[in-house]
Design a protein around this ligand. Structure first.
Ligand SMILES: Cc1cc2nc3c(=O)[nH]c(=O)nc-3n(C[C@H](O)[C@H](O)[C@H](O)COP(=O)(O)OP(=O)(O)OC[C@H]3O[C@@H](n4cnc5c(N)ncnc54)[C@H](O)[C@@H]3O)c2cc1C
Length: 381
């Protein structure tokens, strides 16, 4: 008899498996439909021997010391600060938009102070900021919105930013200095030997059994367990009773190029030309030295693996109906990006899983302010 059947071996499932096995001595069966552990953060060496991220670039960054220290038990790190360029008007310029972006784009030599005035002169102040378009136009005006955001967002989501929740573009700041880092979190690093090695270390406890290439629905009636931790799509769990929750997907086109360097930074965004949204060169992320290099093109798709919950009010309303079902389902804990239909980064999912663990352990009333990822649905905690 297993104490827990954990569905999904991504961050949510693996953190809980590790904590429950190593700290409480629980017996765990963790299963995944895929042929590997790690969920979307899975990485592997390709045919050329280059470490790649199969499901697109995963850059680790967090402000939570607790999350960083927790993961540090299972990996060493290599320092990495992420930088992104956008291909706009025939140039590669920094994104998030900063002083260099504007000076290069318009052939100017503004100071930070002058850039503030420039933004103020082009911004279209909005009384109420509710959409992704409002967020950007309110800060940097319509022209920069069109150059950097409108088409990128339309490609990515197949929805005009004017119809998309503000949260999507609010994630990208605008700067008046020359800081060209994509993230400003306290901890920015990549697992030294990759994510998969880190997951292997997390799941190596003798109380944890791993079953891959298995849909939980095929075994749920045959394997005895006390409680379930479910990290798959919440609508699938309830047989799409109220209809499908909308997701955006991606098609990844991986390529190995016969040159040591392909582009000047890890990620180049293509807001306007091409059907793909961005190109990633993995060696920047991993620090690997190799005479060849591997890149991936991302093509947004309507169908395929569920990657991005689409943040629109009607989808949130539909999710709430599933959440009510989840709340009424005893013995099942819904955790992670798919089970809570939230656009969480890796660190937020780790934080969420650690919070659930504390509650399962029975000491969960004092939640660290750092671990503020919320929205999990969990029963009988
Ligand atoms: C393209 C892309 C880029 C990203 N980049 C970043 C980044 O740079 N930084 C960052 O912090 N975050 C990034 N993220 C987010 C990150 O991937 C997630 O936060 C994290 O992987 C979520 O972990 P999870 O365990 O909730 O879900 P997942 O990793 O999706 O794991 C869920 C697992 O459940 C399994 N499963 C589903 N249904 C079943 C079933 N019926 N039976 C058995 N198993 C099932 C799935 O196969 C999957 O492996 C990115 C996401 C995407 C899609």
């Amino acid at each position: 008899m297993f104490d827990y059947l954990i569905v999904g071996a991504g961050f949510a499932g693996s953190v809980l498996a590790e904590r429950l096995a190593s700290q409480l001595g629980k017996k765990i069966l963790i299963i995944d439909t895929r042929s590997h552990i790690g969920g979307n953060a899975y990485d592997c060496y390709n045919e050329a021997g280059i470490l790649i991220h199969r499901y697109g670039p995963h850059i680790f960054h967090t402000n939570s010391r607790e999350v960083f220290e927790y993961l540090s038990q299972f990996t060493q790190w290599r320092s990495y600060e992420h930088r992104v360029l956008a291909s706009v008007d025939g140039q590669l310029v920094p994104i998030p938009i900063n002083l260099d972006t504007i000076n290069r784009l318009y052939g100017l030599s503004l100071t930070s102070f002058q850039l503030e005035e420039f933004f103020a002169s082009v911004a279209e102040p909005k009384e109420r900021i509710s959409t992704s378009e409002d967020v950007v136009v309110n800060k940097v005006g319509r022209e920069l919105y069109e150059k950097f955001f409108r088409n990128y967002t339309r490609k990515q989501w197949d929805i005009d930013p004017s119809e998309l929740d503000r949260s999507v573009t609010a994630r990208v700041p605008t700067r008046t200095n020359r800081d060209n880092r994509y993230f400003t979190d306290t901890y920015q690093a990549m697992p030294l030997h990759g994510y998969t090695r880190m997951f292997e270390n997390m799941l190596s406890h003798p109380n944890i059994k791993i079953m891959l290439q298995t849909d939980y629905r095929d075994i749920v009636g045959t394997i005895p367990y006390r409680e379930m931790i479910y990290t798959g799509p919440i609508d699938l769990f309830f047989d799409y009773r109220y209809g499908k929750l909308p997701y955006r997907s991606l098609e990844f086109q991986h390529e190995t190029v016969n040159t040591p360097v392909h582009q000047p930074v890890a990620v180049v965004n293509y807001p306007n030309e091409h059907l793909y949204t961005r190109v990633t060169e993995f060696k920047y992320l991993t620090g690997q030295e190799h005479p060849k290099t591997s890149i991936v093109y991302e093509y947004p798709r309507a169908d395929g693996d569920p990657y991005y919950p689409v943040p629109r009010p009607e989808n949130t309303a539909l999710y709430k109906k599933y959440q009510a079902l989840a709340d009424a389902t005893s013995g099942v804990h819904f955790v992670g990006r798919l089970a809570t239909y939230k656009y969480y980064n890796m660190d937020q999912v780790v934080a969420q899983a650690l919070t659930i663990y504390k509650k399962l352990k029975g000491t969960g009333n004092r939640q660290s302010p750092e671990l503020s990822a919320t929205g999990y649905a969990s029963r009988r905690l």
